[in-house]
Ligand binder design. Structure first.
Ligand SMILES: NC(=O)c1ccc[n+]([C@@H]2O[C@H](COP(=O)([O-])OP(=O)(O)OC[C@H]3O[C@@H](n4cnc5c(N)ncnc54)[C@H](O)[C@@H]3O)[C@@H](O)[C@H]2O)c1
Length: 458
């Protein structure tokens, strides 16, 4: 039975995996090239920000230690998870240079090991990367043979930042790409003791697992874009309301309600790039993948499209406030954030843009330098704003009262991307409330529809 595992790469995902594995009784050795991350874990603290992780690590620190040495980890554990960065390159493909460096160090350590060890790659990679890019590195530097002296799996996680602990311990399923039966069995024996929910395992070839990982994220982005398209349609149909339509179609088991809330574009460190990478590999192998390209374009142009659509509500050169700069609530991550893109699109049109986010202030300040001011406080952000855009349903924003928006002014416009503000704001006589995804002008939309039937009755 495997009791000793390593986690190589103690970042947003790996750091949380280390804490979760320890909480399920495994002795965990964490490895990172960053001394800061190693010291943090050894001091019983989280190496990367994630909700609840500091407490989890504190509670399980007797089963956790960290080191800068890959060799220490490989020699003292029987299975290792590798979760190092795989950044996108200019073509949209994932690079493997960090993984290659880790695999070289692991290979050198395997050369010194006398017993079998299973290496599990968790980082997101393109189909073919594990077998044709990384396995040769392991064999070269270990001088050993995969399947005989050591095992290899590709097994990604399906987690969302902010809920990584819950997602990791309660997966819908385990995706296990295995080099051979023995490698997959070793991983499955660990997984079966990690999941709190007896999640089933899908075992398959490494390449099918690499493809499945990208497909899951890409499919979800298509669903999100579909919901955003529905929201746009609803705004132009008399009485149209995207929540009413989504609640209905979500009842159909083939569709389901999750990720069908129309609002704003998708962002973050996984969804956009996974979609792009799947398109890259599709093109590379000669498959026809136009849906992926259309989806990416649709999502990337969502912020400028909103600015064009909302121009009638905005005074030229006005001060506008964007509440929500991270790609979602409870996160400090601004990668591919629709809120950041909205700031840039508004600044581009000559508006004075103020931004606020409860967690992402530092990151947003750097990204918006010269384009928008990021406020220290919500109050300061709202101070001069004639129009306020609520881009994430953060509790800090949904609990705002009409007087918080008005700040003593006679009137303000509030654009609510998620229709998440309370009725007191919606109905306030001095607030022009603009809910994305709901029809605001029945008259104009009726005229437009009526035009279709002109002449139907002679
Ligand atoms: N963050 C997510 O939501 C998420 C979700 C699913 C998959 N992933 C994938 O997981 C991988 C890691 O993502 P992340 O967000 O945790 O990245 P991250 O940048 O937060 O962390 C990566 C860590 O790996 C360390 N590292 C780099 N090279 C190393 C080496 N050779 N040996 C040991 N440590 C090394 C870094 O110092 C860093 O601490 C990526 O492939 C990503 O696509 C991330």
């Amino acid at each position: 039975m495997i009791n000793d595992v390593s986690v190589i790469g103690l970042g947003k995902l790996g750091g949380t995996m280390a804490g979760c594995l320890a909480s399920r009784g495994f002795n965990v050795i964490g490895v990172d090239v960053s001394e800061k991350a190693v010291n943090a874990l050894n001091a019983g603290h989280t190496p990367a920000q994630e909700t609840g992780l500091d407490e989890l690590i504190q509670a399980n620190k007797q089963r956790l230690r960290a080191t800068l040495s890959h060799e220490d980890a490989i020699l003292n554990s029987d299975l290792s998870f590798v979760i190092v960065p795989t950044p996108s390159d200019e073509r949209g493909a994932f690079t493997i240079q960090y993984a290659a460096y880790a695999f070289e160090a692991i290979g050198k350590a395997l050369a010194k090991r006398e017993t079998y060890h299973t290496v599990v790659l968790t980082s997101t990679v393109l189909p073919g990367a594990t077998r044709y890019g990384l396995l040769p590195i392991l064999e070269k530097f270990s001088g050993k043979q995969c399947g005989k002296d050591f095992g290899l799996c590709y097994s990604p996680e399906f987690i969302a930042l902010g809920t990584v602990i819950r997602d990791f311990l309660n997966p819908d399923f385990y995706l296990v790409g295995e080099f051979d039966e023995r490698s997959g069995a070793a991983l499955e024996s660990v997984n079966s003791r990690v999941a709190l929910n007896q999640a089933p395992s899908k075992r398959m070839s490494i390449e099918n697992a690499e493809l499945a990982k990208l497909s899951v994220n890409s499919f979800v982005t298509l669903k999100i874009s579909y919901a955003n398209m529905l929201a746009d349609l609803c705004e132009r149909i008399p009485g149209g309301d995207v929540d009413v339509v989504s609640d209905a179609i979500g009842m159909d088991k083939r569709i389901g309600r999750r990720y069908l809330t129309g609002g704003f574009g998708y962002g973050g460190p996984c969804f956009p790039r996974d979609n792009v990478a799947l398109n890259f590999i599709g093109k590379h192998v000669g498959a026809s993948t136009p849906l992926l390209e259309v989806n990416d374009n649709y999502n990337r142009t969502i912020s400028p499209r909103f600015v064009d659509k909302l121009m009638p509500f905005l005074r030229k050169g006005a001060t506008v406030a964007i509440l929500g700069l991270a790609y979602k609530p409870l996160s400090h991550v601004i990668e591919e954030s629709a809120g950041i893109y909205l700031c840039l699109a508004l600044a581009n049109k000559g508006f004075r843009v103020m931004g606020f986010d409860p967690l992402a202030r530092e990151e947003a300040t750097a990204a918006l330098h010269m384009h928008a001011l990021v406020s220290d406080s919500l109050k300061a952000c709202l101070q001069d704003a004639e129009c306020i855009f609520v881009t994430t349903p953060d509790e800090m924003f949904t609990s705002l009262k009409p007087e918080d928006f008005l700040q003593g002014r006679e009137s303000v416009t509030v654009v609510d991307f998620w229709r998440c503000l309370p009725d007191t704001v919606l109905t306030h006589p001095n607030i022009q409330y603009v809910p994305v995804g709901r029809c605001m002008s029945d008259h104009a939309s009726i005229e437009k529809l009526r035009g279709l039937w002109d002449g139907a009755i002679d």
